[in-house]
Write a protein that binds this ligand. Structure first.
Ligand SMILES: [Zn+2]
Length: 379
């Protein structure tokens, strides 16, 4: 294995292409929103939402078959850009390492997961609308229950489905990680596994997976091969911070607070615009594309709120890592390495950061670690 440069300094070449990469990615993001909206309006103005309804009502399980067909249309129109962005473009910038067959397999698996969970949610939505008054209250409660269970099931179900994994073989590092968990007060972590990301991309990551007393820490092989042990420790310290701070729960609470007004407003706007498209209000099976456009727009408008909340949790997790791992130099080095690997802008436009970023910018994270180090040295 080649020796890892430490402490890492920004690579000027990577800094140069990072802004080009991010600008193009942002354009592709907006393009994908426009394609989704255009697909929705194409369905509504073309009367496809009514034609699909007339077709599916002849058969049973219409609240499953209707969303299935609508989602299929959106998947088809979204596919070319998705392929370009995550395969061709990411290969050009050496972020993706996928073979074409690997990309296709992952695309199919991802689509399968997306369909299964979306159909569960949409069937629950139709059920609430048809059974309860006001429907949005019950649908909101069902959604929160779904979201809580997803947070527990997801890593446990999705990681083995999407990635190859193996037990982490480095015994001394493994002992060091488990000791760190214990010292911090996170019990029940029995194992450290390696998640094989390198056949997909160069992106590093660390995650928690598993249930109750059989929890595991999953380290991407891309993290293990490109980061020093001290740096890896700061990454794990950050993840443990999320765990101790109960950030998953906090995220669910925020979602629970927002879902009721979102559904209430969606109800209002669906009923308002339904007559334009020959729909009989929220009770009509054919309201789904209109519902999707309105629900999606409201969520887009609320992005600054949920992202500000997320950035707040992220910087608290950074602070936690500083206080418990106590390796500010390694933490700064980690941030720089991460920014170069992801081709991330170190100092993004403040408005873009406010609206779209779930994590604080690299410059803020680096500054925090440097300030922490300075304050500690003074004491
Ligand atoms: Zn985090």
């Amino acid at each position: 294995m080649p020796k890892i440069k430490y402490p890492y300094q920004f690579d000027p070449k990577k800094r140069k292409i990072a802004s080009e990469y991010r600008r193009a990615k942002l354009i592709m993001y907006f393009l994908s929103l426009i394609i989704s909206l255009a697909t929705g309006f194409f369905i509504l103005y073309g009367g496809l939402h009514l034609a699909i309804k007339d077709f599916v009502v002849q058969y049973p399980l219409e609240t499953i078959t209707y969303p299935f067909l609508v989602l299929t249309i959106f998947s088809i129109t979204g596919l070319p850009l998705s392929f370009y962005s995550s395969f061709i473009f990411d290969h050009k910038f050496k972020i993706a390492t996928y073979k074409l067959s690997g990309w296709i397999t992952d695309y199919l698996k991802g689509t399968l997961i997306y369909f299964v969970f979306s159909l569960i949610v949409i069937a629950g939505l139709y059920f609430s609308i048809r059974t309860f008054d006001p429907w949005w209250f019950t649908a909101g409660i069902l959604y929160v229950i779904f979201s809580i269970s997803m947070n527990y099931i997801f890593p446990f179900l999705i990681i083995p489905f999407m990635w190859k994994t193996e037990t982490y073989k480095d015994k001394s590092m493994r002992a060091r990680i488990l000791k760190l968990c214990k010292n911090i007060g996170v019990n029940g972590i029995k194992n450290v596994i390696v998640i094989k990301e390198s056949e997909k991309s160069v992106r590093p990551n660390a995650v928690f997976t598993g249930f109750g007393n059989s929890k595991e820490i999953g380290l991407f092989d891309t993290l293990l091969t490109t980061f020093t042990k001290d740096e890896i420790e700061t990454v794990i310290g950050h993840e443990l911070g999320h765990y101790i701070n109960r950030d998953i729960l906090k995220g669910v609470v925020l979602e629970a607070v927002l879902i009721f007004p979102i559904l209430y407003l969606t109800d209002h706007f669906v009923n308002l615009y339904s007559p334009m498209f020959g729909i009989n209000g929220i009770n009509d099976l054919a309201m789904l594309p209109l519902f999707g456009i309105i629900y999606g727009t409201l969520n887009f408008l609320l992005m600054p709120l949920s992202n500000t909340f997320s950035r707040w949790m992220e910087s608290k997790a950074d602070k936690f890592a500083l206080e418990h791992v106590r390796k500010p130099v390694a933490q700064v080095s980690t941030e720089k390495r991460l920014a170069d690997l992801h081709l991330d802008e170190v100092e993004p436009n403040p408005i873009m950061e406010f609206w779209f970023r779930s994590h604080p910018s690299a410059i803020r994270r680096i500054r925090m670690a440097e300030n922490w180090k300075r304050a500690k040295l003074k004491r």
